[in-house]
Write a protein that binds this ligand. Structure first.
Ligand code: HEM
Length: 219
């Protein structure tokens, strides 16, 4: 598809590379984690070269995910701070659900749903990491007692289920809002997209409130 004449830069190359590294790590963790979660899903370990290899590689991907997500936190925490507009957005959630955005108050760069995804993952990824350390037998097995490790397994599994639910919501929303994925693959959105989904943000950009120019005309 040809690139539109006027575009708005939504994510820089660094934002996007960091996001997709996070996403790949997350998917690999889900697949390897599920293969260890229930015998019915053990077949998934074939993707990683068998049970032992899956068990060895899963925690290292977890370390990568934590580092990668820290990069996202550094880049995005500011725009995810909770604002009073978010309450108004939450109150109009029934209109969001039926795609009637004319009844939804103008949204800034992120809506309250996106902020919830961001902060939920900001909580869940460190919980997964630290509970994972406790059950990383080969390095830390001797550091804690078996009852402590049992509690850690439970916390790790519950946090993983919560993170998977949040991730499914995130991917569903990304696909549901047409052309959002292009923002995260090619970095840009159209003024029409911003007007429809993030009107307050578009107005702020037009007023030059965000410093560097992000609205560009194609030469
Ligand atoms: C694998 C499938 C995934 C897809 C298809 C996907 C898609 C997207 C898209 C399209 C956006 C841009 C939304 C917009 O501009 O309004 C986005 C933003 C984002 N995604 Fe994902 N994502 C995926 C996985 C993940 C995972 C696993 C995480 C975290 C663990 C994550 C965290 C984020 C964050 C933090 C943002 C930026 C929102 C902000 O500004 O805070 N994504 N994603």
């Amino acid at each position: 598809m040809t690139r539109p004449k006027t575009v708005i830069i939504r994510y820089t190359a660094v934002n996007r590379i960091n996001h997709w590294i996070t996403a790949i790590c997350f998917v690999l963790l889900v697949l390897s984690g599920l293969s260890m979660f229930h015998p019915m899903l053990f077949f998934l370990s074939g993707l990683f070269g068998g049970g032992q290899r899956t068990r060895a590689v899963h925690p290292w991907i977890g370390v990568l995910l934590l580092i990668s997500y820290l990069g996202l936190i550094i880049q995005f925490w500011r725009e995810n701070l909770v604002h009073k507009d978010d309450i108004a957005w939450m109150k109009s959630i029934k209109y969001v659900a039926i795609n009637d955005e004319e009844h939804v108050p103008p949204v800034g760069r992120n809506n309250a749903g996106q902020k919830m995804v961001f902060w939920s993952m900001t909580l869940l990824i460190p919980v997964l990491f630290f509970s994972g350390l406790v059950i990383w037998e080969v390095y830390f097995g001797a550091a804690t007692s078996i009852p402590v490790q049992r509690v850690a397994v439970l916390i790790h599994s519950l946090a993983a289920i919560a993170a998977i639910i949040i991730w499914v919501i995130h991917v569903y929303a990304a696909i549901w809002i047409r052309d959002s994925v292009r923002g995260m693959t090619q970095g840009y959105v159209t003024p029409g997209w911003a007007w429809r989904h993030h009107r307050k943000w578009l107005k702020e950009l037009a007023a030059g409130e965000h410093g560097k120019p992000t609205i560009r005309n194609r030469p």
